[in-house]
Write a protein of this length. Structure first.
Length: 448
């Protein structure tokens, strides 16, 4: 048992392939601004001929299985996330089909939610029939990503074209073919019941099955007024009259081809068996590893080439540096001699007003309850001090000590001045003390 899902979300076009009596009917479509537009429709005699007419790698492929090989039913489940709906559905699958679950492929799609219940359309297909549809395409290099049900694809296409009523009555779509009649009952554009009635030439049993299906749908959704039955194919008046309401027959010009219908049903049910998806994932994994190996080899060769070129440039650069070193040796020796002389001269300079001396002085004058947070020294100019104290009186005491120091001239509060900080209860201050060496000299560089 498996549940089909899309394999790729690549931004490619779609190739819809449908089996018809004359061969393979196909349609090539593109997604343009959210609308799927069909670019070409034709018929190929075989999958091999189809591959010669279209580029399979440029398209994602969708196909359909006949409704006679699929059982469709709508059931109600408690409203939940899609994952929880799937778990609840799996518990009921063995009651919905007499086939062993390992021989069944299933998928579902939520339809509508009301009063805590979600109506779900469930499709169960015979895996062997779906494999018979997928295998020839797979062998020809046309791997389908989606497998849907032909009558549901036609139903979606006719809805998009506005050929079916979109009201809250119980309406029907009957596709009459040579060996079967496909019936879809729907309301508000959502399927209520899907039936396939096999026949041999006559439609005698169709009227009976049609009445049974209508009654079952009205029991499932009571209160629905009977709407219109839309007939596709040769109409049999006696059988269709069993509908009991309005009947409309669509002509060939109003009915899209099955391939075109598949292009209108790209987000619904997908009955592609898990085995095909697993096979393709493995093939893609092998292809990915091959590409990684090739890319790694190319990167290695490029890296090796770049390394050898870099070594050549490095050697050439090293030779240039050696030649330059020889030229600069004499200048370097002279610079070292000049540097030694400058150091000797600097050691003889008066460092009374150096940053270190000033820092030592302002630190030694600090009262016990005053702390510095910033020290900004401008050589031969001034020093700016910032800090905090427990009282303003402590700050003014510190200012008096600075004024009595032999290093400073004028000492004054600047910037923020002396202010109380309500948040901490402390007094913050900013004091600027000019150096006595600043008289007649421009300010030096700042040091912090």
């Amino acid at each position: 048992m498996s549940r089909g899902q899309p394999l790729s979300r690549a931004p490619r076009g779609w190739l819809a392939v449908a089996a018809v009596p004359t061969g393979l009917e196909y349609a090539v479509a593109r997604d343009r601004e959210g609308q799927v537009q069909i670019e070409r429709e034709a018929v190929a005699a075989s999958p091999v001929e189809l591959t010669s007419q279209v580029d399979a790698k440029a398209n994602r492929i969708t196909t359909a299985v006949g409704s006679e090989d699929v059982f469709c039913e709508t059931i109600q489940l408690p409203t939940a996330e899609p994952g929880e709906l799937r778990q609840m559905l799996e518990l009921q699958l063995d009651q919905m089909t007499p086939l062993p679950l390992e021989e069944v492929v299933y998928d579902f799609t939520p339809l509508e939610t009301s009063e805590g219940k979600t109506r779900v359309l469930v499709a169960l297909g015979r895996k062997s029939a779906i494999n018979d549809r997928v295998a020839p395409l797979e062998a020809a290099g046309l791997p389908p990503e989606r497998v849907t049900v032909d009558v549901l694809a036609l139903f979606r296409a006719l809805l998009q074209r506005g050929a079916l009523p979109n009201d809250d009555r119980l309406n029907g779509l009957a596709q009459i073919q040579r060996h079967r009649v496909d019936l879809v009952l729907f309301s508000r554009s959502q399927p209520v019941a899907v039936r396939t009635i096999l026949r041999e030439g006559e439609l005698a049993d169709f009227a009976w099955e049609l009445q049974r299906t209508v009654v079952a749908a009205q029991v499932q959704l009571p209160g629905l007024e009977l709407g219109k039955l839309t007939v596709v194919g040769a109409e049999s008046g006696e059988a269709v009259q069993a509908w009991g309401g309005a009947v409309e027959t669509l002509t060939n010009g109003a009915v899209p081809s099955l391939a075109a219908s598949l292009c209108a049903d790209l987000t619904g049910l997908n009955l592609l068996p898990e085995e095909w998806r697993t096979k393709r994932r493995r093939a893609r994994t092998r292809q990915t590893w091959v590409r990684i190996g090739v890319a790694a080899a190319v990167v290695y060769l490029l890296a090796l080439t770049g390394f050898l070129v870099a070594i050549g440039f490095r050697k050439a650069h090293l030779n240039n540096l050696r030649a330059e070193k020889t030229k600069l040796t004499a200048a370097y020796q002279g610079a070292r001699q000049l540097h030694s002389e400058l150091l000797a001269m600097q050691s003889q300079l008066d460092d009374k007003y150096s940053a270190l001396e000033v820092l030592r002085e302002v630190t030694s004058l600090l009262p016990e309850n005053v702390k510095l947070s910033a020290f900004n020294f401008r050589r031969d100019d001034a020093v700016t001090l910032k800090g905090q104290a427990d009282t303003a009186q402590s700050v003014y005491s510190y200012v008096e000590r600075l004024q009595r120091s032999g290093l400073f001239g004028e000492v004054k509060t600047g910037g923020g001045g002396v202010r109380s900080d309500p948040g901490s209860g402390l007094t913050r201050f900013e004091v600027t003390a000019s150096l006595k060496s600043a008289a007649g000299k421009p300010g030096g560089a700042a040091w912090r």
